[in-house]
Write a protein that binds this ligand. Sequence first.
Ligand SMILES: [Zn+2]
Ligand SMILES: [Zn+2]
Length: 170
Amino acid sequence: MRRRPPPSAHRHAWGEKVEGTRPVIPKICNLCEQQGLVKRASLYWAWVNSDGRRRAWKQQICPDCFRSELAELIVKAEDPVLICPACGIGTVDDFDAVYLTYCLPGMPKGQSEFPLCGPCAVVLRNKALKNAQALEDRGATVGGPQPQDITSKQAWADLGYLPSARGNGG
Ligand SMILES: [Zn+2]
Ligand SMILES: [Zn+2]
């Protein structure tokens, strides 16, 4: 059993304390293009283009965009049944995979594979390309330590990215 955080707890999972002694350079979110002082999440996107080549891009986005655009997708993509995590239709027969490695400040790296339907893949890829930086095609998205699982609904809820998971039957 985990203790429930008090309702007044700060919602930013990685709300950094801003030191007064150094000038703080605002970071710009690649998605909403807002400036902010909290650290960005680093996203490493990859997918295979219709020409068969794997392409990778890097993006840095703010906590709000991560919460609104990705947290739910990541959780839904954990479903063992192949469904489009964006619209929920079955994608067993045909899906457009989009791979995401995400680094949230102060947290272990995570990785997801989205079995998207065609139209949703276009939408998500367009989002992923916004202000993104193309990475060298190396086959691997990022090096370093193995990603860890922070994919359970409750884990995301604990971090404030999703409403607290309540068992809603099933
Ligand atoms: Zn943003
Ligand atoms: Zn879809």
